[in-house]
Ligand binder design. Structure first.
Ligand code: NAP
Length: 288
């Protein structure tokens, strides 16, 4: 399948394009800045989006491009809207015109106003500009397209620079690590996300999917789990509480993945099981 990936140079995109090539897709990678092997386009510009879709004629667009810094989005609402909703708008129009399927990578932060175990059918209740733009994109796609999937994911790990590597970096060098005891969501292994995405692609699955890990944990519990799996000194981890009058992240966002797991017949591993898949860089750190 010819898959056009937006945000291909981002943290997730870089790994996703390698995965898609490995499982046999022909990938057309697109991002804002110039990177080797990646088509550089500002996707906020609708004529450029139409040109791209016309010229490369993809079977599917996997839309990842976004401004992902929550604080930046909050302080620059128009810029956030222009990217996080504006690109979706341009892509949706192009998909509609050229009859292309769209898969949109959304976020658990379309929820957060209340503590609840959120299902795929629940109405979004975002608390941030980023969450609002993601929710508005979801509504637009649902209202405008007949061939789409919306994939909500959360707190991804399995690459350098993720939470797991931050914990390992600190503990292997005997530094204290402070972790929030009152900030909760569902850590998701990138390998599980990609496997679920692959199934959604192959089966042309339609609708909303919660491609998240099966456990909701606080950052403190998460850090302790990392220490246990990699036999690092847990006593260096200190639990602290985040002040939500200052921090804009929603405190507790628990997504239920049960319906998605059952419909895809795919059951992601536990945090403990999956953490061992991140062992390569931990072993590397221990050797230093
Ligand atoms: N990482 C997670 O834990 C997580 C969790 C839930 C959902 N998601 C979603 O997954 C997707 C990928 O996340 P990520 O962590 O890989 O984010 P990322 O590293 O910030 O990647 C996003 C990419 O989009 C590009 N982009 C921004 N504006 C663009 C524009 N106008 N035209 C073309 N490209 C543009 C960015 O380029 P620049 O860097 O040059 O701006 C960047 O390379 C996002 O949609 C995010 O909301 C991620």
């Amino acid at each position: 399948m010819r898959v056009l990936v937006t945000g291909a140079a981002g943290m997730v995109g870089r790994h996703l394009i390698r995965y898609l090539c490995k499982v046999g897709h022909q990938v057309i990678p697109v991002d804002l800045m110039k990177h080797e092997g990646i088509i550089s386009t500002d996707l906020r510009d609708e004529p450029s989006v139409f040109r791209l879709v016309k010229v490369y004629n993809p079977d599917l667009i996997l839309h990842l491009a976004a401004l992902t810094n929550l604080n930046f989005c909050e302080q620059n609402k128009e810029a956030s809207r222009a990217t996080n909703y504006g690109i979706t708008e341009a892509l949706t129009r192009a998909c509609s015109k050229y009859q292309v399927r769209l898969i949109f990578l959304s976020s658990d932060y379309v929820f957060g106003k209340y503590d609840h175990v959120w299902q795929e059918i629940d109405l979004p209740c975002p608390t941030t500009q980023y969450g609002m733009d993601k929710a508005a994109s979801e509504y637009l796609i649902r209202d405008s397209l007949s061939d789409y999937a919306i994939v909500r994911t959360a707190q991804l790990y399995g690459f350098h620079g993720d939470f797991v590597s931050l914990v390992c970096d600190a503990l292997t060098t005997r530094q204290k690590f402070t972790a929030f005891a009152n900030l909760v969501n569902c850590p998701t292994w990138i390998g599980d996300l990609f496997a679920m995405l692959h199934m959604i692609i192959l089966r042309s699955s339609q609708g909303i999917f919660h491609c998240v890990g099966p456990e909701a944990v606080s950052r403190y519990q998460y850090a302790c789990e990392v220490a246990e799996v990699f036999a690092l000194d847990k006593s260096l981890i200190k639990a602290v509480n985040l002040d939500f009058l200052v921090d804009i992240r929603p405190p507790i966002v628990r997504l239920s993945g049960a319906c998605t797991y059952n419909s895809l017949r795919f059951y992601p591993g536990s945090l403990k099981d999956n953490l061992s898949c991140c062992s390569a860089y931990v072993i590397q750190l221990k050797r230093q």
